[in-house]
Write a protein that binds this ligand. Sequence first.
Ligand code: SF4
Length: 209
Amino acid sequence: MATELPLDAPMVETLAALREAEAACTRCPLHRNATLVVPGEGPDTARLMLVGEQPGDQEDLSGKPFVGPAGKLLDRAIAEAGIDRREVFVTNAVKHFKWEARGKRRLHKKPNAHEIERCRWWNDLERALVKPDLVVALGATAAASLLGRTVTLARTRGTALTARDGTALLVTVHPSYLLRLRGEADRTREYAAFVADLALAARRLRSAA
Ligand code: SF4
């Protein structure tokens, strides 16, 4: 199904124009304490779009999505799932880094429902421009943004869902979840499940081609 633009959306016709518009965004307070906006990245012809939660510390400084430790793990899993990373559009439900100071460190803070809702407008525009065949939500925040309601990952993971705009949707965990696991056995098992979810996405795309 075609993605409808938000009714009050700015007139952006390219990803470059979208990036510029996002950089000037003040729709929620998160722009105030962030360094750079982190727009989505990838080809505007991508059939697969991956949506994370929000940029992390390294993404905030570079202005690029998934360049930190979670991004490196995602790259590895994407490759193991047989997906060409260059053909994927990667983005986040929220485009500015939300953090709290802990000494000299900036610790990730989860975006709230208002911030997710305010930033959803940019994600809707991204999908309107890229028109992916399949979106994979990486974690509960992305799933909530795409579905317009909160869901339990354990219940929705691996299930064929439909985003608010009609785009086919799968839900899996965020790679940062894998980094937080302490036991080697847990990490190995959960990483394999994550790769399996991405491989399922690849199969769905092949069967829809
Ligand atoms: S987080 Fe999203 S809605 Fe909030 S200021 Fe940044 S771009 Fe705008």
